[in-house]
Design a protein around this ligand. Structure first.
Ligand code: FPP
Length: 240
């Protein structure tokens, strides 16, 4: 049973296994991503119902550009379909959408739809839904280092003022308009046991749960099981 008093504040998800799901059904890979998008919508709704405050999903990594052009452009078409068709629902449900990653590199129509969504949901106060797009953990840390170096160069910051908090503030998760606490729980579906460059800084003390289901088969029931698994763990943060 879920313990409503020990809900994680921030859950992050690596939505893995769309391709294998499609292959098992003899379908094109994009059919897997389409089914993955539907699964994602249910998890957004369910996070809101469970009172989770932040949900971050890994939708497109800095490495995913290596996939075929058909697959890459198909994923972005799905993104446009999702944000356009769900915008009213997101606004009605008080969800605030944010993007982690340099989304300016995405196709123009995707950038436009995302910006409309960011703007339309900006003042919402319910679930914050962070979509990691063209995101890589190392790239995020590298960008933070460059910004801090620039502040030192201009004299705005002394080297000994580069604290963990100062680094935090330069990450996507630390930006003033989308500040997100570190995730207590990171879920990766499909049985793969890796972080794959996701939230490398923020995951220092996260509990990791690896449900053995492909992402399109990840239901709200599976989600609750992953949260129960998290709740059964003892978190010590390096202490005893
Ligand atoms: C990983 O599965 C999934 C992705 C790289 C894309 C995730 C996209 C969605 C869930 C749908 C679109 C939603 C948005 C917001 C763009 P994989 O393809 O690596 O699966 P495999 O390891 O089985 O091949």
């Amino acid at each position: 049973m879920l313990n409503k008093d020990r809900m994680p504040i921030h859950v992050a998800v690596i939505m893995d296994g769309n391709g294998r799901w499609a292959k098992k059904k003899n379908l094109p890979r994009l059919a897997g991503h389409n089914a993955g998008m539907k699964a994602m919508k249910k998890i957004v709704d369910h996070s809101d119902k469970l009172g989770i405050k932040y949900l971050t999903v890994y939708a497109f990594s800095t490495e995913n550009w290596k996939r075929s052009i058909v697959e890459v452009s198909g994923i972005f078409k799905l993104l446009v379909t999702y944000v356009n068709s769900d915008l009213h629902g997101l606004v009605d449900n008080n969800v605030r959408v944010k993007v982690f990653g340099d989304y300016s590199q995405l196709p123009k129509d995707a950038v436009k739809s995302l910006e409309e969504t960011l703007e339309a949901t900006r003042d919402n106060t319910g679930l914050q839904f962070n979509i990691a797009l063209n995101y890589g953990g190392r790239d995020e840390i590298k960008k933070a280092v460059v910004k801090l170096a620039e502040k030192v160069r201009t004299g705005e910051l002394e080297p000994d003022e580069i604290t963990e908090e100062a680094i935090d503030r330069e990450l996507y998760s630390g930006a003033a308009d989308c500040r997100t606490p570190d995730p207590e729980l990171i879920i990766r579906t499909s049985g793969e046991l890796r972080l794959s460059n996701f939230l490398l800084w923020q995951s220092a003390y996260s509990e990791l749960v690896f449900p053995d289901v492909l992402w399109p088969d990840f239901t709200p029931g599976e989600y609750e099981k992953a949260i129960e698994d998290y709740q059964s763990r003892e978190r010590r943060f390096g202490g005893r």
